[in-house]
Design a protein around this ligand. Sequence first.
Ligand SMILES: [Zn+2]
Length: 114
Amino acid sequence: MHELPIVLDVVRVVEEEAKARGLSRVTKIYLVLGELSSVVDESVQMYFEIVSKDTVCSDAKLVFEYVPASLKCGTCGKVFPHKGSSFQCPDCGGDSVLMRDTGREFYIRSFDGT
Ligand SMILES: [Zn+2]
């Protein structure tokens, strides 16, 4: 449910930006979504279809780019992207911890229009 205000924001920002660029319709919107973000892509898609009606974004396709969280090895200090369920360092095999505030992003990377 909390995706609705987020989607309203996305459409508002893209509309303003499209206007500033003189675009009459937006074809694609690229969104960056962290794996630990509480935003669900399916909900974003669903709300977007409702919210974008009668706006320059009505025909736009959402393209999600998923960003993994980062882990930091407790032994050698290497920082690497989180994959699957492993917390093992790819360099030394040591245990790693999740770095705070990574993988939580949600923002508009860019959009295309005509
Ligand atoms: Zn390591």
